[in-house]
Structure formats: C-alpha cells, structure tokens
Design a protein. Structure first.
Length: 95
C-alpha cells in the first residue's frame, strides 16, 4: 500500500493491526517521521523514503518547472532520496 505520507501510513497500519492483518500488507510512506521509524525498528512491515526536506524540494522543483524562460529539458535540481526499508536502516537513519 502506498500512503500519501508516513502519518497516513501509520493510520493504515493501525487499522490493519487492530484487525490482525498488519503482517499481510507492506505500507510505504515518504517523509521519515520518528514515530514511523520507531514502528519499523519494532518490526512493523513499513517502508519510508525521503526526509522532512522532501516537500520543500518538491515545491522548489514545481516553481522551477513553471518559471518562464527556463529550458525544461535542462536539469536544474537533482534530488537524492533515501529509501528506508529495514529495521536496521531505520535505526541508522534515525540517528
């Protein structure tokens, strides 16, 4: 399941956990909030990417894309996104 962000992913995970189904679905969020990372470290089947700066980078990219006079075929901003998909990586990313 792809969630709009980590908060939504936690909400979906909580609903599934309350129904005894949380181990049957892997949920992906995308802003690496602490509570999400802690659930990952605890063994919840979650994946996250990015960081709190991700939304700002997306907004900058949108502004640049719509700036008159810029060549849309030229790279203006390159974004490196971290994928956190194991409890070990969640522990490393959190520190």
């Amino acid at each position: 399941m792809i969630a709009g962000n980590d908060d939504w992913g936690l909400g979906a995970w909580t609903v599934l956990a309350n129904r005894g189904l949380s181990d049957r679905v892997k949920i992906a969020g995308h802003d690496t909030i602490t509570e999400y990372l802690e659930r990952m470290i605890g063994g919840a089947p979650l994946i996250t990417a990015g960081g709190p700066w991700l939304y700002d980078a997306q907004e900058i990219t949108c502004m640049v894309d719509h700036h008159p006079g810029l060549d849309p075929t030229k790279t203006v901003l390159e974004l490196h996104v971290y994928i956190v998909k194991t409890p070990h990586k969640a522990t490393h990313f959190k520190t």
